[in-house]
Design a protein around this ligand. Sequence first.
Ligand code: ADP
Length: 254
Amino acid sequence: MTSRKDSFLVLKNISRDFTRDNRSYRAIDNLSVGVEEGEFVAIVGPSGCGKSTLLRILQGLIPPTSGELLYKNHPQTGVNSDMAMVFQGFALLPWLSVKDNVALGLSARGRKAADIDRTVSFYIDKVGLEGYEEAYPRELSGGMKQRVGLARALAIEPKILLMDEPFSNLDALTSVTLRDEVLMLWKDQEMPVRTIIMVTHIIEEAILMADRVVVLSRRPTHVVREIDVDLPRPRNRKHPDFERLSDEIFSLIS
Ligand code: ADP
């Protein structure tokens, strides 16, 4: 277990309850974890354990029932404007073009039109969608839709990118390509985003991409183990150390 007491981002003894049919139940139970600036952290755990809920708490979209969220050593309440989210289902507005979907976060932040145009075009190019600015989501493949989702998140120039099962709705080949591209964007010096937190239920994806894997238990969820992935990139899933990590995480989850 790694100690990260003075981290960039800290969840301290976080619990979160929900109510269903007038009964309260605990989704997250006394969960503590820290993230360093510049890290790529993957969060894995069984389906329904509370991974998406954890991301929503991190971004400040919902408050924890108890516990504390610290960002740069200060308590964080409300939405953290240094973060942006990439969603599993892309979350594009079908009546808006690629360009207007990417601009969504920027117009919401009151940026000027010329500035929005410049930024949108920069990030559309970065995700390889130049030429598709005027296309509508229905005209795009799944992979292209997720590129739009990625460009929209990057366009607000977040320091921290949150990704909620970002490749789960894509075919295997597209996932391989997009994973590599996300790793390239993370290392791209032109990108303000330095830190990535990705939720996934695919163990191999977590080991392929992350510096560290945080393994969660079943609901009510807490951290079972934090595992550093000290393998050079690009990672080879056939490497014995890769397989050993994969088996270790699998046995923790199942
Ligand atoms: P995961 O992302 O790991 O699949 P979620 O975070 O989506 O899990 O959900 C964790 C648990 O919390 C589930 O039992 C889910 O039904 C419950 N939950 C999540 N959001 C709400 C909500 N808004 N109201 C009630 N229950 C919720």
